[in-house]
Write a new protein. Structure first.
Ligand SMILES: *Cc1c(COP(=O)(O)O)cnc(C)c1O
Length: 360
């Protein structure tokens, strides 16, 4: 006779078992026609010069990539005017954030972050074994840097400053950031996540590189996913003081940036002028979308990024469903609002048309 024995199962870490799932933006079903405004992607196709670099790189696929992405690191450092030992590339800036946290957080340390903000933050913090301390953004979608500074305790290791803030849109101002940095102890790392930096036009916004130069505890996070249109290849990087950069590099996934991605990012830096003209066009489209919504009577936060935020509250998911039926995929955050990425002109027109029916 067989006796059923319940054998102990391999436990998951509590932090992992409790993780909120990252909800990706809706994708266009195969064969369907829709504008994808759900993931803050760049709607322009890759430049021919970048595609050519990728095709060239494909011939070396049997080899591991350059482990430290030396050529890319140097190209980034030159373009920013910083030393190469201050730059740490990684497999998308979300991965780099994970490496940053892994480099500095001990179990139970606190990480102060704004909320609502980038949904990858609470996941990355929990995976690092740290504790997220969420500080609500203001009614107009701005980071409350005064409250964030006040939330720093003796256990705080890192503060995440998302500027412009995803998904609400505003960027922090230089003066409020300086006041904040003066209040935060010098042994607490401040991460400026500048994923949308290239879209910022507000003259009051901070110059991240100057802030980094003035404050050794400030680390910048940047990405090729948005303005440079390489979301599918996964390249981002941190800019940090060499001692911190060494720690972040040590915590990084070995060979994390593929050869294709390295070559594409280098080619993108070479094509910077052309790519930034596309960013200008997207900024114009953002201005048109925001102005159109406000003319309809919507109260929408300022946006310095490639998306706008509709604070729809309980109506967020039904608005997103309606937009999907109209051929526009947007990103709802249930009970809170809808984020609409800036894309093609026709997509803006469709969205504005739909939004006007929701005002009636
Ligand atoms: C899109 C985004 C990133 C970039 O992520 P990648 O991993 O580089 O694609 C980082 N931070 C924020 C706030 C973002 O919205």
């Amino acid at each position: 006779m067989l006796i059923a024995v319940t054998r102990p199962q391999v436990p998951l870490r509590a932090a992992v078992a409790d993780l909120p799932a990252y909800v990706p933006g809706a994708r266009v079903p195969v064969g369907a026609a829709a504008y994808k405004l759900s993931s803050n992607e760049n709607p322009f196709p890759p430049l021919p010069s970048v595609v050519a670099a990728i095709i060239d790189a494909a011939a070396d696929m049997n080899r591991y990539p350059d482990m430290y992405a030396t050529g890319l690191t140097e190209a980034i450092a030159t373009s920013l005017g910083v030393a190469a030992d201050a730059v740490v590339p990684g497999n998308g800036s979300v991965a780099v954030l994970g490496h940053v946290l892994a480099a500095v957080c001990e179990h139970g340390d606190e990480v102060v972050l704004p909320w609502r903000s980038f949904e990858a933050y609470p996941i990355a913090v929990a995976l690092a074994g740290a504790r997220a301390v969420a500080v609500p953004v203001t009614g107009d979608g701005r980071l409350d840097l005064v409250a964030m500074a006040a939330a720093v305790t003796g256990r705080t290791r890192v503060v995440l400053v998302c500027t412009p803030n995803n998904p609400t849109g505003p960027a922090v101002r230089s003066d409020e950031l300086e006041t904040f940095l003066a209040a935060v102890p010098s042994d607490v790392m401040v991460v400026l996540d500048e994923a949308y930096l290239e879209f910022v036009r507000d003259p009051a916004a901070p110059d991240g590189l100057a802030v980094h130069a003035a404050h050794p505890n400030v680390v910048l996070l940047r990405t090729f996913s948005k303005a440079y249109g390489l979301a599918g290849l996964r390249v981002g990087y941190a800019v940090a003081r060499p001692r911190l950069a060494r720690g972040i590099r040590a915590a990084s996934t070995p060979f994390g940036v593929s050869h294709l991605a390295q070559m594409a990012a280098i080619a993108s830096l070479r094509a910077q002028r052309e790519l930034l003209e596309r960013v200008d066009a997207l900024v114009e489209e953002r201005v048109r979308l925001l102005a159109g919504l406000r003319a309809q009577g919507w109260t929408v936060p300022d946006s310095e990024a490639n998306f706008v935020w509709l604070p729809l509250g309980d109506r967020a998911t039904s608005f997103a469903a309606d937009a999907g039926r109209a051929g526009v995929l947007v990103r709802p955050f249930a009970g809170d609002g809808v984020r609409v990425s800036v894309g093609e002109r026709e997509a803006t027109d469709l969205l504005l048309e739909l939004a006007s029916t929701w005002r009636q």
